[in-house]
Design a protein around this ligand. Structure first.
Ligand code: NAD
Length: 257
């Protein structure tokens, strides 16, 4: 039995201007949530996300928030409050999707402390403190979905800091599931394999061979699409996922089985 409908509920997705975040915004808007999303800099891309949400029959409001510097979480919530007031979003939250992240290829030989700190600040500190600073806005029974990566559980030497940051985010997911359980707030993570996004295109240079190699590793025989992940996020955010917390859902098409 559905415990509640999603219509009129509010969701915030970080990094909604493209890729998986954009697909999640679109899906949640189509499901009836009032959606807010952050973007780092590309206002035109954010406007396109809002247009796609409207096309899907919903509404999504973008606001600018940069993650990775101290105080980023508090600044993001101040920007959320302003956007919520301007766009009648209500100011309370039922769903928080921590999707924004930075990455990049930096094997041990090329890794320096600044790069390590940059990746951990954006991928671990920012979502952790976004949750901490946002607790008063999250309703009891709210959903938190953290976007991890298959890299968290595989040896990934070329992206060692990124992979370690996602492993840390998964442990944050576990700890907060325990901590926030008494408020019926669920905290879960989704672990995508390789997904066709701008970051994949940049990494692969659009190489057909690279995509074929990715597809060959997946039991389901293809590269992931942003919607494949957005649908999992939407499920974990939904009332139907009320009994799931502290889980990491592998969404890699059977790449690591
Ligand atoms: P992307 O790089 O295309 O987009 C990332 C989004 O995050 C953008 O909206 C961008 O504005 C925002 N963002 C990036 N850096 C930011 C910063 N410092 N401050 C604020 N916002 C910032 O991302 P994607 O490929 O769609 O990935 C989304 C999530 O999925 C990330 O957490 C990523 O680690 C994870 N993931 C992606 C893949 C993949 O193959 N694409 C695989 C596994 C996991």
């Amino acid at each position: 039995m559905m415990s509640r409908s999603t219509t009129g509920m509010t969701a915030l997705v970080t990094g909604g201007s493209r890729g998986i975040g954009r697909a999640a915004v679109r899906r949640l808007a189509a499901d009836g949530y009032r959606v807010a999303f952050t973007y780092a800099a590309d206002q035109a891309a954010a406007e396109e996300t809002s247009r796609l949400a409207e096309e899907a029959g919903g509404r999504a409001v973008g606001f600018r928030a940069e993650f990775g510097a101290r105080g980023d979480a508090a600044r993001a919530w101040a920007a959320f409050d302003a956007a919520a007031a301007d766009h009648d979003l209500g100011g309370r939250l039922d769903v928080l999707v921590n999707n924004a992240a930075v990455g990049g290829v930096a094997p041990l030989s090329a890794l320096d402390e600044d790069e390590f700190d940059r990746v951990f600040a954006a991928n671990v500190r920012a979502p952790l403190f976004l949750i901490r600073e946002g607790l008063a806005r999250l309703d009891d029974g709210a959903r938190i979905v953290n976007v991890s990566s298959l890299a968290a559980r595989l040896a990934t030497p070329p992206m060692i800091a990124y992979a370690a940051s996602k492993a840390a985010l998964e442990n944050v997911t576990l700890a907060l599931a325990k901590e926030l359980g008494p408020r019926r707030i669920t905290v879960n993570a989704v672990r995508p394999g390789t997904v066709r996004t701008d970051s994949w295109n940049a990494l692969s240079g659009g190489s057909v061979e690279a995509e074929s190699a990715v597809a060959a590793r997946a039991a389901l025989g293809r590269i992931g699409e942003a919607d494949d992940i957005a649908d999992v996020i939407a499920f974990l955010a939904s009332p139907d996922a009320r009994w799931i917390t502290g889980s990491v859902v592998d969404a890699g098409g059977g790449t690591a089985i």
